[in-house]
Design a protein around this ligand. Structure first.
Ligand SMILES: Nc1ncnc2c1ncn2[C@@H]1O[C@H](COP(=O)(O)OP(=O)(O)OP(=O)(O)O)[C@@H](O)[C@H]1O
Length: 738
C-alpha cells in the first residue's frame, strides 16, 4: 500500500514537472514562480525515487494499541483525514523507535524492525519492551540488537549505507541536538561519527526547513574519495540539498588537486600565515627607490618616492582591503602629478599667482587619469590583485617570500617557494585569507557570474534528466506518457537555461557553491581533526552564526597542521561556548581487531582508550613477516586468498604512500579487478589505498602492508597506522618486512 502511494506521489510530481516545463510566457513574476515550481517538482521526483529501498523499516505498537509505521519519509492518507500512514523517522513521535528500551519503554509495547529487499519483506525482528519478557542475553544498551548486528555484519558495497533503521541512543541524542551553537562529536574509529553527521544533516533540514533551505547546509569531508563513499547516504534519506565539499574545494573557482610535501602544507596551515599574507599584500604597495618618470604628451612628469609614500600611507590609513583602497591611492598620486602639470603650464610669466583656476586643475586630473602611462605607473605601484595572483607571485619569488615571512627559517621559506601551476588543498585557506585582505574587484564578480552560469547549465541539464528518467518509471503505458515524452523533445538544455537565467533558478546549494561570501545556516565538518588553523578560519567565515557540528577523533590526526585538541582549535572562535558529545561504542571494528589497534593507540598517547567494540568477529587477525624482496608476491598471494574468502564484500589493501606504485602494479597483475590510483573505484571488490585515502572508509577485510613504513612516513605515523588498522568490519591481516 505504501509503495502504491509512493508511486502515485512520484507520478503526480513528474506530471506537474512536465506541465511547468511546457508552460511559456506570462509576466516575469509568473515565470519566476514557474521556475521555483520546476525546482520543487524536480526535487520531489528525485526524492521519491531515492527512498525506494527500505521505504518502511519499522513499526511501533504502543501501550494504548496504536500502531505507527516508521519510514524514510512521511506519507499521509490524502483520501481521508490526512492520517499518517508512514511516519518520517525524524518526526518527534518517531523518536521512541530509537529510544525505547525494556527499562524505559516510553509507552511502547513492541518495536518491530522490518527488512525488505526491493518491495518484499524479507525478515522482521520483534522486541517486546517488557522487563519481564526481555530476553536475558539481550545487550542492555543496544536498541534493535538483532537488526543492528545484521547491519554490521552484512557485506560492504564500497558505498556507505544509512543507519536510519538502527540508530542507537547515544547517536540519536547527537542527531537531534539543537540547531544553534557549536557541537563537537569526539569518538574513536567506527563509532558512527560520519553516520551521525549525515543523519544530523537530514534531521536538521527536516526540523528547521525554513531557516536552512534558504541558507543551506555545508558538509565538509577530508577528500574526494571519502565524499564519493558517503554520497548516497543523504539522497537515501530524501535530502539532496546539502553541499558536500572537501576543504580543497571551498574557494569557488579553484579545484585544489596539486600535491606538495606534508611539511609545506603544515607551514601553510599555521595561524602565522595571516601575518605573512598581510605582509605580502603590503609588499605589493610599492614605493620606488628612485623617482619614477612618466611621459605624458611628450612632457616628463616625476613621481618621487616621498609622494608615493605619502599616498600609500594615506591609503593604508583607510583600513580597507587593498583593492578597494586603490581609488584613494590614485587620487593622491594624480593630485600630485596634476600639480606638476599645473605648475608648468599655469605659471604666470609676470610672477603672479598661478593662472589656472580650480576647474582647470580638475580637468587636468581627469585627463591624467586617462593617460596610459599614468595608469601603468599606478598599476605598478598599487596593482589590483586577485588572490590567485598574489599567492602565485609570492610563491614564485624567494625575495617576496623573504619580505613577507621574516619569521620563518630559510628551510621553511624554501618549502613555500614553487612555480605557478595549480593549487594544493593547503593553498585554499590562504586564497580565502588573501581574498579578505584584497577585497573583491570587478574580475572576481565576473568570475562569480561565470560560475553561476555553469551551475545553471548543469541544473538545466539535471532537470531534463529527471524529467526523462521519471518518464520510464512512472508512466510506462499510460495515456499521459505522450505528454511527458514531449518535454525533453520540445525543450533542450539551452532553452531551459535561457529561462533559468531570467530568475537565477539555482538551488541554495548551487548559489552557495558559487559565492565565497555565502553564510551557511549550518556547517558540518567530518574528520575535523585534520583541519589546520588556517582552514578553521575559512570555515568560520562561512558560518558566522557558529551553528556547527564538528565531528572527529583527535587520536586519528594525520595532517601535521591538524588539531591535537578541540579546545585549541575552537578557542579563537567560540571560546568555551561549545558542547562536547562523545561516542564510546565502535560498531565497525570487532574486539579482536580493536585489541591490535589499541597497542598502537597507547603509542600515540598512553592515556587514550579505544572505543568498546560492540561485537566479536570470531576471526583472529594475522600478522606475518616477509623478506623485502618477497613482499609483492606475498601481498598478492594474501590478497587473492582474502578476496576468495569474501562472499560479496570488499577487500581494502592499505599500503605506505611510497609503495603504491610498486605494489599496485603487482596487485593488478594478479587481480585485474583491483582498483588502484588517485581516485580508485570503491565499488571494486579489491581496492588499494594509502592511509590518507582510506580515512573514514571501511572494508570487510583489510590487509595492512609494511606498518613500520606507514609509521616512518610521517611524524604522525602512529595515528596513520591506527587509522589503517581500524578499517575492517571482519578480518585483518598484517604483512611486515623482516
Ligand atoms: N547505529 C548503527 N546502526 C548500524 N550501523 C552503524 C550504526 N552506527 C554505526 N554504524 C556503522 O558502523 C560503521 C562505522 O561508522 P562511521 O564510518 O560513521 O564511523 P566513524 O566514527 O566515522 O569512523 P572513523 O573515525 O573511522 O571515520 C559504518 O558502517 C556504519 O554504518
Amino acid at each position: 500500500m505504501l509503495y502504491g502511494r509512493l508511486d502515485g506521489m512520484r507520478e503526480q510530481a513528474a506530471r506537474r514537472l512536465a506541465e511547468e516545463l511546457h508552460a511559456t510566457g506570462g509576466t516575469l513574476q509568473a515565470r519566476s514562480q514557474r521556475d521555483s515550481s520546476v525546482q520543487m517538482y524536480a526535487e520531489q521526483v528525485e526524492q521519491f525515487s531515492a527512498v525506494e529501498n527500505g521505504l518502511c523499516f519499522g513499526r511501533l505498537d504502543t501501550d494504548d494499541d496504536v500502531r505507527h509505521y516508521i519510514g524514510r519519509i512521511g506519507i499521509f492518507d490524502t483520501s481521508g483525514d490526512y492520517d499518517p500512514l508512514l511516519m518520517d523517522w525524524r518526526a518527534p513521535a518517531a523518536r521512541a523507535f530509537y529510544l525505547a528500551t525494556a527499562a524505559n519503554p516510553q509507552g511502547v509495547r513492541r518495536r518491530r524492525h522490518l527488512r525488505t529487499r526491493q518491495r518484499k519483506v524479507t525478515a522482521l525482528n520483534d522486541e517486546v519492551l517488557d522487563l519481564s519478557a526481555a530476553s536475558p542475553t539481550a545487550h542492555e544498551e543496544l536498541t534493535g540488537e538483532a537488526s543492528l548486528l545484521a547491519a554490521l555484519t552484512a557485506g560492504r558495497t564500497g558505498r556507505m549505507r544509512d543507519i536510519v533503521e538502527t540508530i542507537q541512543v547515544e547517536q540519536d541524542r547527537i542527531i537531534r541536538a539543537d540547531l544553534p551553537g557549536t557541537l563537537v562529536v569526539q569518538g574513536g574509529p567506527g563509532t558512527g561519527k560520519t553516520a551521525v553527521a549525515l543523519h544530523r544533516a537530514a534531521y536538521l533540514l527536516y526540523t528547521h526547513r525554513s531557516v536552512l533551505s534558504s541558507r543551506g547546509v555545508l558538509l565538509v569531508g577530508p577528500n574526494e574519495t571519502f565524499l564519493r563513499y558517503i554520497s548516497q547516504v543523504l539522497p537515501a534519506l530524501a535530502e539532496t540539498g546539502v553541499l558536500l565539499r572537501t576543504p580543497g574545494d571551498l574557494f569557488p573557482g579553484v579545484g585544489a588537486r596539486r600535491s606538495e610535501p606534508a611539511e609545506a602544507a603544515a607551514i601553510k596551515g599555521r595561524a602565522g600565515m595571516v601575518q605573512v599574507l598581510a605582509e605580502a599584500v603590503r609588499d605589493r604597495q610599492w614605493v620606488p627607490g628612485e623617482p619614477l618618470e612618466i611621459e605624458v604628451e611628450r612632457e616628463v612628469l616625476r613621481l618621487d618616492p616621498e609622494t608615493v609614500r605619502a599616498a600609500r600611507d594615506r591609503a593604508r590609513r583607510t583600513g580597507r582591503p587593498h583593492n578597494l583602497t586603490r581609488a584613494v591611492f590614485d587620487v593622491e598620486v594624480v593630485h600630485a602629478l596634476a600639480d606638476q602639470v599645473a605648475e608648468r603650464i599655469g605659471t604666470d610669466p609676470l610672477g603672479g599667482e598661478n593662472l589656472l583656476d580650480e576647474a582647470d586643475v580638475a580637468e587636468i586630473r581627469r585627463e591624467l587619469r586617462e593617460e596610459p602611462e599614468v595608469r601603468a605607473a599606478l598599476d605598478q605601484l598599487w596593482p589590483v590583485l586577485t588572490p590567485q595572483r598574489l599567492l602565485a607571485d609570492l610563491y614564485a619569488d624567494p625575495a617576496r617570500i623573504a619580505a613577507a615571512a621574516p619569521g620563518l627559517t630559510d628551510a621553511e621559506r624554501a618549502l613555500l617557494h614553487r612555480e605557478p601551476g595549480g593549487w594544493t588543498p593547503a593553498d585554499v585557506p590562504l586564497l580565502d585569507e588573501a581574498a579578505e585582505l584584497l577585497g573583491e574587484d570587478d574580475r572576481t564578480a565576473a568570475a562569480r557570474r561565470q560560475r553561476i552560469r555553469a551551475f545553471q547549465r548543469e541544473y538545466a541539464e539535471g532537470v531534463l534528466e529527471i524529467a526523462r528518467g521519471s518518464r520510464s518509471i512512472d508512466v510506462e503505458d499510460e495515456a499521459e506518457g505522450g505528454e511527458i515524452l514531449g518535454v525533453t523533445d520540445l525543450l533542450d538544455a539551452d532553452r531551459l537555461l535561457e529561462r533559468q537565467e531570467e530568475s537565477d533558478g539555482l538551488t541554495t546549494a548551487q548559489r552557495a557553491a558559487a559565492d565565497r561570501g555565502w553564510a551557511f545556516g549550518h556547517v558540518i565538518v567530518d574528520e575535523a581533526q585534520e583541519l589546520s588553523p588556517m582552514a578553521w578560519r575559512l570555515l568560520m567565515r562561512r558560518c558566522p552564526s557558529r551553528s556547527m557540528t564538528i565531528v572527529g577523533d583527535v587520536a586519528q590526526t594525520g595532517a601535521l597542521a591538524g588539531t591535537p585538541s578541540w579546545a585549541d582549535a575552537l578557542e579563537p572562535y567560540v571560546a568555551q561556548r561549545w558542547r562536547l558529545e562523545e561516542l564510546t561504542v565502535s560498531y565497525r571494528t570487532p574486539a579482536e581487531i580493536m585489541a591490535v589497534a589499541a597497542e598502537v593507540l597507547t603509542k600515540i598517547d598512553p592515556h587514550l582508550r579505544p572505543p568498546r567494540s560492540v561485537r566479536e568477529s570470531g576471526v583472529p587477525p594475522w600478522d606475518r613477516r616477509v623478506a623485502e624482496d618477497r613482499l609483492a608476491a606475498e601481498l598478492t598471494g594474501a590478497a587473492v586468498a582474502e578476496a576468495a574468502e569474501l562472499a560479496d564484500g570488499r577487500l581494502g589493501v592499505i599500503v605506505p604512500a611510497g609503495r603504491v606504485d610498486e605494489l599496485g602494479t603487482a596487485l593488478v597483475a594478479a587481480l585485474p579487478e583491483a582498483a588502484v590510483g588517485e581516485h580508485p573505484e570503491l565499488e571494486s571488490r579489491v581496492v588499494m589505498l594509502t592511509v590518507g585515502q582510506a580515512k573514514g572508509l571501511e572494508f570487510d577485510s583489510v590487509l595492512v602492508v609494511d606498518p613500520e613504513r606507514i609509521v616512518a612516513e610521517s611524524p604522525r605515523g602512529h595515528s596513520d597506522l591506527y587509522v589503517a588498522l581500524t578499517r575492517a568490519t571482519q578480518r585483518l591481516g598484517i604483512l611486515r618486512i623482516n
